[in-house]
Design a protein around this ligand. Structure first.
Ligand code: ZN
Length: 401
């Protein structure tokens, strides 16, 4: 599904799949055709994404960097075509007046500048006093930031006039090579996307709701041949949502409360789908007895973490007790508030909500390595049983709020 993003209508393919599954399972639509449409601005990389280094002398070899593996585009990168010898940021400018003057006297217009991430962070810190250094970097046609360890991609609603790439630091050889950079970037305004929403009416108190949420979108494509599968983030949570929906649609498992299944779009773009839902709720938010947000459920080798566990100790103790009785997870850690997934807009509104994510197993995150083939799903089946009994217990205790 092209990484369930905004190139090749990946997000729409995923939404179409979910709609079909909701229908097959017999969920009732909470909006026409299970769809709550909304739109967002989003920067995309649908075409060429190339970076090549060739040595300035004839002795070295030229090198083609691989998108996703060696380098990525920064979320707000602009597009264009740049050929020129790389200008490496001179760290002496931080301490030496003459070096600073020399640096500022250079014209960078047509050239790519290369800077280490920690030096860029220093320049971009709000406390850094020198705008002129920042401005000179921004005047370069392209900026290549060298990052340590791993590449981590993200999304942006804006586009910079400058090409901005990140290259793994160990791929860079500082023999002042010529860089050839080609990026197609398209800022899509008012791009239409959607939340997918269905529910099972409650047997006794249909106007009280338990809500299960998971975002189905991911980062999409980066260039025409690279995409982010997002197996852990968040095909895993979406799969768990479907498993719970399959369970609760069985007549013998129906609950007293209505159970809503909410698959959010555009989480990776900044919780856009969940914010939209809270502003345009399809069930009264005050009638939501509890919301369970599932994001990153593909591991569990080191247990799981519950965001808002510290805010809602009664519900957390209930989950703990069930976990201990079932030996479901190695450990459950409670955290305070965090704006790190779709539960957050609901929490801010006062809806009691947990966000559960698994720990351990793999380190792939927002990169091309977050793939189904290497996702361990260590605790997946146990988490299903745990969540099921948690939801059952919540509606058996209507006083818990
Ligand atoms: Zn994510």
């Amino acid at each position: 599904m092209h990484g369930r993003g905004y190139v090749q209508q990946g997000e729409l393919r995923a939404a179409t799949y979910l709609r079909r599954r909701f229908k097959q399972l017999g969920l009732q639509p909470l909006a026409p055709d299970y769809t709550q449409p909304f739109s967002l601005d989003i920067n995309t990389f649908p075409g060429r994404l190339q970076m090549q280094a060739s040595p300035s002398s004839s002795s070295g070899v030229s090198r083609l960097f691989k998108p996703g593996i060696d380098f990525i585009a920064e979320p707000n990168s602009g597009g264009g075509y740049v050929v020129g010898s790389a200008v490496v940021f001179d760290t002496l400018t931080f301490s030496n007046v003459a070096a600073r003057r020399r640096w500022l006297a250079r014209k960078l217009d047509g050239q790519p500048v290369v800077i280490h991430a920690r030096h860029l962070a220093r320049l971009e810190a709000p406390t850094f006093p020198d705008d002129s250094l920042r401005n000179s970097l921004n005047s370069a046609a392209a900026r290549v930031t060298l990052v340590e360890r791993k590449l981590t991609a993200s999304l942006s609603a804006e586009q910079s006039p400058q090409i901005r790439l990140q290259l793994l630091a160990d791929r860079w050889q500082d023999t002042t090579p010529n860089l050839i950079i080609r990026v197609d970037a398209i800022l899509k305004l008012h791009y239409p996307t959607q939340n997918i929403v269905g529910y099972i009416p409650g047997q006794i108190q249909p106007d009280s709701f338990l809500v299960v949420t998971a975002h189905y979108d991911h980062l999409g494509q980066m260039g025409s041949s690279t995409y982010f599968p997002g197996a852990n983030d968040n095909a895993s949570g979406t799969a768990m949502l479907l498993e719970l929906a399959a369970y609760y649609t069985q007549p013998k498992n129906r609950l007293a409360y209505s159970v809503v299944f909410l698959a959010f779009g555009a989480e990776e773009a900044g919780l856009v789908g969940s914010r939209y839902f809270v502003e345009h709720p399809l069930v009264p938010l005050s009638r939501i007895r509890f919301l369970l947000n599932l994001d990153l459920l593909g591991t569990g080798d080191e247990g799981a973490t519950v965001v808002n566990g510290r805010e809602l100790p009664v519900q957390f103790q209930l989950l703990q007790r069930l976990n201990e009785a079932q030996h479901a997870l190695k450990g459950l850690a409670a955290r305070g508030k965090a704006a790190n997934s779709d539960h957050y807009p609901f929490s801010e509104y006062g809806v009691p909500a947990f966000f559960l994510y698994t720990r351990g197993g793999i380190t792939a995150y927002h990169d091309v390595h977050d793939r189904a083939a290497t996702l361990p799903l260590t605790a997946f089946a146990n988490i299903f049983t745990l969540l099921r009994s948690f939801l059952d217990a919540l509606q058996a205790q209507p006083t818990v709020k």
